[in-house]
Ligand binder design. Structure first.
Ligand code: NAG
Ligand code: ZN
Length: 401
């Protein structure tokens, strides 16, 4: 190699093209050639199509690192080991032009208000019903599992859609809609929309995931998913019901999302966040509710704010909401980690997110992803979960009214 360089150095061709003399395009191509030499070739369209057709999945395992191909068995092993990831197989190409936010905490994207509609919000909160939440959860846990690729997972999705439609009908709100967001697998995500009187205003979104998983046997094993994420799912259903019952007609559009396939790598939320961002949709804020029904017996009962892939300003707003509308103190959790829940899909798309969680990590539900995730677990509490429904009512009302 040295002798070759020497040859170029001494040759008249090299003398005429020293770096200083190079035109910008020449310099750029030299840089690109050297970069290509040290990095693997970028993932091409053909590679995505052919590997996906073979059943391989493209996983993003950590921030800033290139995603990697895994077999379905390797994907399951990662889940069993508790490794969180984005499965980007179906969104990778649609996100190619994205500039992902730097760091794990977003600052000052939006100004959030001080809670100022306490009379109205408290009056809606007084109508919230844990018995509605309980009965909806009983329907959800009655499915053998809500795995995103199982037929009972698909039926759970239909159940949520019908329940939302029944609230729309009960409260005669023909302006409110519910629809399926379908995917390449059988369980659809569900989106309910309350229109804003100023439709161009940024959208306020609350989300939860409808799917559950039995890690030893995902397709047919029992996975009641009462807490993960049956609780978040029914927090949203009851928030939606109570707002409609109160005749809530916001200025800004409001959406309720129930995601498919969270447990398999945030599949539903990534598909929707990617669709929204590429359509140029503006969001005021996104809040995820994923597990709200448990805190370890004997531990201090709190609302734990997840500390990463969130907006610091939105967390400040949540603290003010909790002070106004919840009986629980707020504390910061330890970082939840990469791809920890659906909020991360929205954070990646550059939107302001928050994720209030049932307890600090370690005091949260130890039974998730198993046949034991039921409401009979000691530490499961409807009054605890209700605090998160209150938070969701305050979140939607104060941001969208
Ligand atoms: C998965 O389901 C099977 C059968 O439905 C059950 O026996 C097993 O305990 C479940 N696995 C876990 C991790 O709970
Ligand atoms: Zn979950």
């Amino acid at each position: 190699m040295d002798s070759v360089l020497l040859f170029f150095y001494r040759s008249p061709v090299f003398a005429r093209t020293t770096l200083a003399n190079m035109k910008f395009p020449q310099l750029l191509s030299l840089l690109l050639v050297s970069l290509a030499a040290v990095h693997a070739a970028p993932i091409s369209h053909d590679e995505v199509v052919s590997n996906a057709a073979k059943g391989l999945r493209l996983l993003s395992l950590s921030e800033g690192a290139d995603p990697v191909w895994k077999t379905p068995d390797e994907v399951l092993d990662l889940m069993r080991a508790g490794t969180k990831f984005f499965d980007v197989t179906e969104v990778f190409e649609d996100q190619k032009d994205w500039v992902k936010p730097e760091g794990k905490v977003m600052k000052s994207v939006e100004a959030f208000p001080t809670p100022s509609h306490q009379t109205s919000v408290k009056s809606i909160i007084s109508t919230l019903s844990t018995s509605n939440m309980n009965s909806n959860l009983a329907s959800l846990t009655a499915f053998n599992n809500r795995y995103y690729k199982s037929s009972t997972g698909a039926s759970a999705s239909t159940f949520i859609q019908s329940k939302v439609q029944s609230y729309i009908d009960t409260y005669s709100r023909s302006d409110v809609t519910v629809s399926l967001f379908s995917h390449s697998w059988v369980q659809s995500s569900i989106i309910a929309k309350i229109p804003g009187s100023t439709p161009s205003n940024p959208i306020v979104i609350v989300g939860a995931h409808m799917d559950s998983i039995n890690l030893s046997n995902p397709t047919s094993g029992r996975a009641p998913g009462a807490d993960d994420d049956g609780t978040g799912t029914v927090n949203l259903l009851e928030t939606f019901r109570a707002l409609l019952a109160a005749g809530f007609k916001p200025t800004s559009p409001v959406e309720f999302h129930w995601y498919s396939g969270e447990e398999a790598g945030l599949l539903g939320s990534q598909a929707i966040a990617t669709n929204y961002k590429n359509a140029g949709k503006k969001l005021k804020a996104f809040m995820e509710l994923d597990m709200s029904g448990y805190f370890k017996p004997g531990s201090k009962e709190v609302i734990a704010l997840e500390a990463d892939y969130i907006s610091a300003d939105l967390n400040t707003f949540l603290r003010a909401l909790a002070a106004a509308y919840s009986t629980l103190p707020v504390t910061m959790d330890t970082p939840c980690g990469y791809a920890c829940s659906d909020h991360a899909s929205w954070y990646n798309a550059g939107y302001a997110t928050s994720f209030p969680y049932e307890a600090v990590t370690g005091n949260d539900d130890p039974q998730i992803h198993s046949a034991g995730d039921t409401t009979s677990v000691s530490g499961f509490s409807w009054t605890h979960s209700l605090e998160f429904t209150k938070l969701a009512v305050g979140f939607v009302y104060e941001l969208a009214i």
